[in-house]
Unconditional design. Structure first.
Length: 319
C-alpha cells in the first residue's frame, strides 16, 4: 500500500485537523488565563489604590482633628496666660500702692538716728545701769561672731535681705510644724527700734525696706554695733536690752571680760529669752549649738570648740 493513497490522505487530514483543534484550544485557554490574570492584576491594583486612598483619607482626617485640637489647646493656654498676666498686673499695682502707703513718711535709717533710738529704748526701762552704750571696739570678737553665726551667717555678704534665708524659711514653714524666720540682723534691728513686734505684712515690708536703707547709709560694723546694743535678753527686775547689760546680769562681768563660752551663751539667749534666761541646761545646749556653728563657719578652731564645749559656763538665771 502506497503512502500517498487516499486513505492516508484522509488520515493525515484528520490528524492535522485534530492537532489544529488542540492548538486552537490551547491558545484559547492561554488567552483566557492571561485575560483572567490581567483582570486579577487590575483588580488588585484597584484595591491597592482604593486602600491607599482610604488610608490617606483616614490619616488626613486624623491630622486635621489633631490640628484642630492643638489649636484649641493653644487658644486655651493663651487665654490662661493672658488671665495670669492681668491678675499679675493688678497684684503688682496693688502691692506697689500698699508698699508706698506702708513706707510713706518713714524716717531716714542713719547711724545717729538709730543710736538715739537704742538709748531711748533703755531709758524707758527706768534702769540707769542700762543706759550704757558700748562701742564695737569694747565688744569681744567672739561675741560678734557668735551672734552673726546663729542669727545671720551671711551678714557680711547680703545688703539687708538674705534671699536664700527667706526661701529656706518659707519652705520650712510650709512643710514643717515648727516655724523658722528668715530675718537678717538689719531686719531685726528695724523691728527692735523702728517698727514693732506685730506679725503683719505691712511691718515686714517696712523692715525689709529699712534693712536696705541701713546698708546704703551705714557699714556692717555700725549696723552690728547697733544691734548688739539693742537686743532683748530677758528680764531681771527690769528688761535687759543690749549685750553690756546682759553680761552684767548673767555673768556679773564687764562685757570686755567674757570668754568664748559666755559669749556663745549670751548670744543664744536672744533666740528665746523666756526659756534660756531661766533654764541653765537649755541655755547650755543652745551654747553648744552656737559653738558648733562658729566652728563650722571657721570662726574658731576644732580645739577651741572642744575645750569650750566641755567647760561649764556658770550663769545667773533669772527668776
Amino acid at each position: 500500500m502506497s503512502y500517498y493513497d487516499d486513505n492516508n490522505k484522509i488520515r493525515r487530514k484528520k490528524v492535522s485537523s485534530s492537532s489544529s483543534n488542540t492548538r486552537t484550544t490551547s491558545r484559547t485557554t492561554t488567552v483566557n488565563r492571561d485575560s483572567r490574570s490581567r483582570s486579577n492584576d487590575t483588580n488588585n491594583k484597584r484595591r491597592e489604590v482604593n486602600n491607599k486612598t482610604a488610608k490617606n483619607n483616614r490619616i488626613s482626617k486624623r491630622k486635621k482633628l489633631k490640628k484642630k485640637k492643638s489649636k484649641k489647646f493653644l487658644r486655651f493656654i493663651k487665654n490662661i496666660l493672658v488671665l495670669f498676666l492681668i491678675v499679675g498686673l493688678i497684684a503688682s499695682a496693688t502691692l506697689t500702692v500698699f508698699v508706698n502707703l506702708s513706707l510713706k513718711g518713714g524716717p531716714t535709717m542713719s547711724y545717729s538716728y538709730l543710736k538715739q533710738k537704742s538709748i531711748a529704748l533703755k531709758v524707758n526701762t527706768n534702769d540707769p545701769e542700762s543706759l550704757k552704750y558700748v562701742d564695737m571696739v569694747d565688744i569681744p570678737v567672739n561675741l560678734r561672731n557668735a551672734v552673726v553665726s546663729i542669727e545671720d551667717e551671711r551678714f557680711d555678704k547680703h545688703k539687708g535681705i538674705d534671699s536664700k534665708a527667706l526661701a529656706r524659711s518659707v519652705i520650712h514653714n510650709i512643710f514643717s510644724k515648727s516655724t523658722q524666720g528668715g530675718s537678717t540682723i538689719e531686719m531685726q534691728l528695724s523691728k527692735n527700734l523702728v517698727t514693732d513686734l506685730d506679725q503683719t505684712m505691712q511691718r515686714k515690708i517696712k523692715d525689709m525696706y529699712n534693712a536696705k536703707q541701713m546698708n546704703k547709709n551705714m557699714n556692717k560694723r555700725e549696723i552690728l554695733e547697733l544691734y548688739l546694743n539693742s537686743i532683748y535678753l530677758g528680764s531681771s527686775k527690769t528688761p535687759i536690752y543690749g549685750v553690756a547689760k546682759g553680761a552684767q546680769v548673767y555673768f556679773g562681768k564687764d562685757i570686755k571680760d567674757l570668754d568664748l563660752g559666755e559669749c556663745a551663751m549670751l548670744a543664744g539667749i536672744t533666740n528665746n529669752p523666756k526659756l534660756y534666761s531661766k533654764d541653765y541646761e537649755a541655755a547650755k545646749n543652745r551654747r553648744n549649738v552656737i559653738l558648733y556653728k562658729m566652728k563650722q563657719l571657721k570662726y574658731i578652731t576644732n580645739d577651741e570648740y572642744e575645750v569650750a564645749k566641755k567647760k561649764e559656763t556658770p550663769m545667773k538665771t533669772s527668776k
